[in-house]
Ligand binder design. Sequence first.
Ligand code: T1G
Length: 702
Amino acid sequence: MTDTVGYAVRDNVAVITIANPPVNATSQQVRTGLMAAIERVEADPEAGAAVITGAGRIFVGGADITEFGKAPLEPYLPDVVNRIEECTKPVVAAVNGAALGGGFEIALGAHVRMAAHTARVGLPEVTLGLIPGAGGTQRLPRLIGVGAAIDIITSGRQLSAQEAKKLGIFDDVVEADDLLNAATAKARSLASGEDSPRPCGQRPRPSIDPKELEAVRKKTAARHKGQIAQLAAIDAVEASTRLDLKDGLVEERSIFLTLMETPQRAALIHAFFAERRAAQLPEIAGVEPPPFAEIGIIGGGTMGAGIATAAAMAGLSVVLVEREAEFADKARQTIARNLAGAVERNKLSQEAHGRILNERLKTVVGYDALSNADIIIEAVFESMDVKKDVFNRLDTVAKAGATLATNTSYLDVNEIALATGRPQDVLGLHFFSPAHIMRLLEIVVADRTDRRHVARAFALAKRLGKVGVRAGVCDGFIGNRIMSHYRLAADYMMMDGASPYEIDAALTDFGFAMGPFQVADLAGIDIGYAARQRKAATRDPRERSVDFADTLYHKGWLGQKTGRGFYVYDGESPKGRPDPEVLDLLSEARREAGIEPRSFTAGEIQRRYMAAMINEAARVLADGIAQRPSDIDVVLLFGYGFPRWRGGPLHYADAYGLENVLVDIRKFAAEDPFYWSPAVLLEELVAENRSFSGLNDDSQVS
Ligand code: T1G
């Protein structure tokens, strides 16, 4: 065997163990080893049957994604799975942990599937722009039916062992410790001929009513607008209703290889690795993060309560401090509501919910309660004076070595740090609301922040299930700084003739979860108003300012929270409908500004919006606020609704062509040379015929 596939015979059963850390991905070595192991079982007189299992906590995490985009190497995974299914002796899959993608397909090739109660299965290929390419689209429908198979394959979701058993995927689910014994006992009974299981591939072709299939196709297209893999997966599953296994596998392979060449596959794989690369920083390489068990939070508003919820759900003990008992109680009620929502969404067990409220969460008055906290996060009012006062008081209360974090979304973390006698312990932890749901966490490293606190912050992000991204100190850090720039491009287009509704429609067609004016209504027109007031003091006089939204603010039209903003929200259209009065006000504002409105195509709206985003992202990168282009992609993907299947703004820029971005910017610069001045880094990359992806090597931080 290879050292990634072990083979050991025990009581007439060959146990084949896949050991390819960290996730037992089916690398070429694993595929070769599996092929050899099956051949060995057939020839081995000591083995009447075989069990396939994974070493460690994962069964098989899937095909080896690092091989994608390169020339495929034999043996191909579908051939390995076919070989398992054709084995002349019984093969039992002992699914000891996550069996994802190709891992699940290996289990489907086995004749019987048994799982540990902690195991999970899934076919996440569509999240990578692909479809299952090793028989999953042919075997799963034969096992559980077309409808259930399409749901699992097009959602890419993971199923618990219990749900999988209910669907008929697992023949048995046992305690994790008993799995190997149970599986070898099963294999032994199969070897003795007591039972002759029917391999998936030998089951009859499944069927589905054509009308039902059409309805599923329509629903899938609506749910995954703009994406291709989900619909291609339905085509592959549909083939299983028409073709025998062999021909169905040929059809699946053809669809799979076509998708392998698509820009969406490249973008989604980029996103997969970008998310994991963000935590790889030379400045914390080899730095052991100080342990943490207790999190202190100051401020029990939406953000503070959300952070407390996330920390408590991650098993940490939480002390939330408010100024008065009434506010402390209110915070507790907010947290309880958040937890109840998590239970409804199956993100938290009822038992854990109770344990948190009874044992793990304290909501009190008085900073003294923070004296044992390892990490203290303030989420108080966004005012420098208020924050300085908080940190000044923390200095006297927090224990030595505690990490002192501000949740500010734009204030100068260096200035806040100097409000304490321990600036080396201070950094920013910029959570995104709702903090117990949004996965992005900007970790803002100030000039004096000690690396151990940076390492601890990344360890906290991982513990909370968040994606930590390192940011330098500037107004808005990475995400908000870029957003405030491209948001202006939308405002300019609105004043120059495009309606807010055309702009939102063009950008949701591009793939954004919401357009900028829908976002403004969601966040609150008053929030935008406050930001404009704050920036007015320091705005460069050359910058064109647009204050149309202030008109709505002064009318009390603050967005969703008042039932009216750019859109009208009422019983008739809870999601909001265009407001003719807004258009009249806009025409009036254009007249007063002496603007002759012109029309914008959806394409031009998209090009302007993206050019602005890319231009400011290039500046953020050049200023060292972000460590690498893919970190900026991660921020926009996880915090601002950028479509994942486009990979993020800088991956998109490379795909669109940096020279094309620069041509757009230079064209727009004719009307506004200040706002559209090209980023120097962008001009350099174009001049040197380089791409942003070439800068995604290890972070520049020494
Ligand atoms: N291939 C290569 N490397 C992988 C990998 C994979 N499939 N999955 C994870 N890694 C790396 C990851 O980059 C990280 O590297 C390390 O392993 C730990 O990952 C033919 C075509 C399995 C649930 O989409 O969902 O099968 O940062 O931090 O939190 O039909 O990894 O340490 O250098 O995520 O414990 C389908 C992807 C592939 C599953 C474990 N499979 N992986 O989570 O660890 S396509 C997937 C995951 C396919 C077939 C098709 C998770 C995990 P580094 P991690 P984790």
